[in-house]
Design a protein around this ligand. Sequence first.
Ligand code: NAD
Ligand code: ZN
Length: 360
Amino acid sequence: MNYKNFPMVPRVVFGRGSFNQLEEIISPKRLNTKAPFIYLVDDVFKGNTWLTSRIPIAYNDKLHFVSADEEPKTSQVDELVEKIILEGSERPSGIIGIGGGTILDLAKAVSIMLTNNGSAADYQGWDLVKNPAVYHVGIPTISGTGAEVSRTTVLTGPDKKLGINSDFTPFDQVVLDPELTKDVPKNQWFYTGMDCYIHCIESLNGSYINAFSQSYGEKAYSLCKEIFVEDNLSKQESQDKLMMASWHGGMSIAYSQVGVAHAMSYGLSYLLGTKHGIGNCIVFDRLEDFYPDGVKLFKEMKQKHEIELPKNICADLSEDDYNTMIDVALSLEPLWENAIGKNWKKKISREKIKALYQLM
Ligand code: NAD
Ligand code: ZN
């Protein structure tokens, strides 16, 4: 057995208002006055001076608003890197991502591609990155994905949706300020929060489970229950706890793996552009056979929070479309092995996956 030796985020600050400490935190990391910090900020915050006025821009620092309407693409990473290189004379002192999983993943990928040649697409896979990334900071503004703590940055490339998984991917610094999540719309709060819940269910019920993953997964699971089922927390407590649930859920899958919902959700995302949180919900809602207890509780939470999932999203698909989604889903072999066990190929068929997609 060869156990994974994986890196963790070396520095993290937690607390409401901790975003105000950003200047103090990053100042020592400034290489010189010509080497800027580059801020990648979700464009939902454009004109939101409550947040933007606290971004400590100095010297040649730059702020780019980036849309989170679509999930990050390798071409988008390449364009951002080119822009940063062309607009500055020196390699940046750091990249700072402020937003949800979409922006956090972009920040991680850009920081890697500033020190590694070629296109981001060349590094989709496991341990292909050669040089350490530029210093990078993650500041989540919505909770659930675990992207703030993970060793991957999920990108859609010309021929696959796959992460850049490497020891250089995790953030050097994370700022967890739950107050930044206060204006997340309810549906999005549920979808991204359920990403965390589904991480827990898939990790805790998978064959890769071990005491490390279980300890984090159980904590995240019980926090999700407090937030989404019991629901007697104040708004602030709920925001604080969901931010920590996301962190623990991310830590849990770091040392285990996700499962069927994620594999099939990648298929939807690749073909239809369905975003991660809502895509996971659409798939998970149909996975009673794989995760009976987890799906039962999911349906209760959905009802309690009056969430209506989109229906019939696969209604007009061709045979080729189904095959594309099934190919993407089945290519994620470790996810199936984790969910179903070593001989998963004997237990799951293309027809079964197609039948599930047809229900969505
Ligand atoms: P997101 O970043 O896509 O954002 C969802 C929506 O919420 C956007 O419209 C965004 O503008 C809005 N939003 C974010 N913060 C807000 C705030 N404070 N107030 C109001 N609106 C706000 O959402 P997400 O679910 O966090 O991220 C999904 C992405 O994360 C996907 O691209 C997925 O692939 C990736 N992901 C990565 C990992 C990883 O380990 N790297 C894990 C899971 C998911
Ligand atoms: Zn996920």
